[in-house]
Design a protein around this ligand. Structure first.
Ligand SMILES: [Zn+2]
Ligand SMILES: [Zn+2]
Length: 150
């Protein structure tokens, strides 16, 4: 048991409820997250899959990372908000987009910052753990140029 939080996409068609504390929190500067959000970094709030209930239709976009693992992001087909994702490296977790919670929006504390190799030079964050890539990073192929980490 624990606190519940709600959130959803910009247009309101996709909604979710989370229960209990997150399993992991962090900020990701990888190119995938920059492209997924159209912004400088992704804010990741991971929960055990049963702790997230999603309502409304999402559309998946799946691709394989340079570490050879599946990354599937789910976005609202109407407004395009990237709402949640699943990554093969955390098979039991679901990553909720940290900017999509209803107020109190940023109730969680990001603990880890990953893929600082492609961090935008104007971004300065107060996050205790920092990694140039990530502890699980194990490249097996080259990304297309647009997705390549700096
Ligand atoms: Zn929407
Ligand atoms: Zn990322």
């Amino acid at each position: 048991m624990g606190d519940t939080y709600e959130g959803g996409c910009a247009c309101g068609q996709v909604r979710y409820v989370t229960t209990g504390p997150p399993a992991r929190t962090g900020v990701c500067h990888c190119r995938y997250c920059q492209l997924r959000t159209g912004s400088a970094f992704g804010v990741s709030v991971y929960f055990a899959s049963p702790d997230v209930t999603v309502t409304g239709e999402t559309r998946p976009y799946a691709f394989t990372t340079e570490s050879g693992r599946a990354f599937t992001t789910h976005f609202c087909p109407t407004c395009g908000t990237s709402v949640f994702w699943r990554v093969a490296v955390f098979p039991d977790l679901i990553g909720v987009a940290g900017g999509t919670f209803d107020p109190p929006t940023f109730w969680f504390v990001p603990v880890t910052e990953v893929f600082t190799r492609s961090r935008a030079p104007f971004v300065h964050l107060d996050v205790p753990q920092s990694h140039a890539t990530s502890p699980a990073h194990a490249p097996v192929c080259d990304d297309p140029v647009a997705r390549r980490g700096g």
